[in-house]
Design a protein around this ligand. Sequence first.
Ligand code: NAD
Length: 267
Amino acid sequence: MVKVVIVGAGGRMGKALIQAVVAKEDTVLYGAVDLPENPNLGKDAGELAGCETQNVALTDNLLNALEGADVLIDFTFHAAVPNNIKIAAEKHCAVVIGTTGLTPEETEVVRKESFKIPVVWAPNMSVGVNLLFALTKKVAEILGPDYDAEIVEMHHRHKQDAPSGTAMRIAESLAEGRKRQLADVACYGRQGITGERPKGEIGIHTLRGGDVIGDHTVIFAGDSERFELTHKASDRGVFANGAVFAASWITDKKPRIYDMQDILGLS
Ligand code: NAD
């Protein structure tokens, strides 16, 4: 059995992850960690997630929780990731990171620690979205810059970062398909007298509201036709199942960063 510790266990994704770990035959919930101010510390993590009792108390001590664990799954907050991965590396524990919005400095810490432990890091763990990344690149290659590309994403009102990590990854796939650097062609929203749309621009637009779990659309707008690729997640279980699948997959891998494209054979 793969012994899994979840950090961010008290959050929206944390609960879905506990359910997914409990449901999967080859994984077991070994630890559940959240912040010291979480009012549920000490309570059974399985019960908190709406599952049967797991005899794992929610704790704020990641170092202790990782003693003897195989994999850490991190769905927390961008600023928490560097410290979490350093602790995991100290314990020789593999890591699956779903947390988005990391700064370049935080990303660099993940990169450095991945020389010591295997890391799966993906802004979106769903099979459908990973297919969307691959299809977006292919369509961008085929249609070229004559088709204006725009990305629209929508998430629930509580989401902390924008654009979503998934939208950024779609934008990177698009730029890659056109053999351009995203930073040279990205346009984040528009306002005022913008002038004509430059050829080759990639528009990225963020909507926030309600309880939307995650919608992403890529629009390729040509003369007289529009081609759209859309993915809509209706349950956090799709991300949680992907992350737990990654947790089983990573245990015997060599240190480096992998993503869901590697796991699903789409890279
Ligand atoms: P959330 O706010 O509901 O949960 C985050 C939890 O992490 C909270 O309980 C918080 O207390 C805890 N936390 C924060 N810092 C911590 C720390 N230092 N130590 C321990 N616990 C800590 O948020 P959420 O909706 O569950 O999303 C979490 C992250 O996952 C976000 O970055 C989100 O964008 C990302 N996400 C990724 C995917 C994916 O497939 N990769 C899917 C959905 C969400």
